[in-house]
Design a protein around this ligand. Structure first.
Ligand SMILES: N[C@@H](CCC(=O)N[C@@H](CS)C(=O)NCC(=O)O)C(=O)O
Length: 221
């Protein structure tokens, strides 16, 4: 049985869980907090980061490496696109959300609204949160422009770009960092994501001590 080492508000873990559910891969969850320098996590992944997926001797780390492993080994629900050009566009957008959205939006929000609250017992820094909200606004505008061209982010079919984007955005949304006003295309895309059973499971979970805004798990927000 696959065991996924993860935590509820880790966007990379969410991306893996979303992909595993789309592919129908049965797994169990092991909750870890990487900031506690958990010994098992460090042994499994020298980067000491979630997510890590293990099954006996086989250990997989890094969300996109895990996702691609299952795209190569499980035929159901292909996630990278059919043609080389679509796969290239998928990988470009996967990197965009894992690096840029994470660095500019999700990571600062997690630090200010989760880590400071649960671990450091400090107040969040207002200017940092406002900067993350501004960056999120720019990313939503970019999403809108992509969705004018295509039904899904990287082309006509749902795939890895949608998975990573939704994983990052859902954590930012949980932490009240997303203003959906004026973004009807992005909102429609996210409504379609929210209605997928594979994603609804994630929206049902809560991080102890932090409550999301009321619209967070509402499919018709
Ligand atoms: N590139 C990695 C990034 C994973 C990552 O940054 N995970 C965060 C939690 S969301 C973490 O474990 N941070 C602890 C650390 O970097 O020390 C992936 O895609 O899986």
């Amino acid at each position: 049985m696959w065991r996924l080492h993860q935590f509820t508000l880790c966007p990379f873990s969410r991306a893996v869980r979303f992909a595993l559910a789309e592919k129908g891969v049965v797994h169990e969850l092991v909750d870890v907090r990487p900031w506690e320098r958990d010994e098992t996590l460090t042994r499994l992944n020298p980067a000491a980061q979630t997510p890590v997926l293990e099954n006996g001797e086989l250990v997989l780390a890094d969300s996109q490496a895990i996702l691609e492993y299952f795209d190569e080994t499980v035929e159901r629900a292909p996630l990278l696109g059919a043609a080389p050009a679509e796969r290239a566009e998928t990988r470009r957008l996967v990197a965009w959300f894992r690096e840029r959205f994470w660095g500019e939006v999700t990571a600062p929000l997690l630090r200010e609204r989760m880590y400071k609250r649960l671990v450091l017992r400090q107040m969040p820094d207002g200017p940092t949160i406002r900067e993350a909200a501004r960056a999120c606004e720019t990313h939503l505008q970019y999403l809108e422009s992509l969705l004018l061209e295509n039904r899904w982010l990287a082309g006509p079919t749902f795939g890895a770009a949608d998975i990573h984007a939704a994983a990052q955005i859902s954590v930012a949304d949980y932490l009240a960092g997303v203003d959906w006003g004026g973004h009807s295309q992005a909102r429609q895309w996210y409504q379609a994501i929210k209605s997928r059973p594979s994603f609804r499971v994630l929206l049902g979970e809560r991080m102890e001590g932090i409550r999301p805004p009321a619209h967070y798990d509402d499919p018709d927000f």
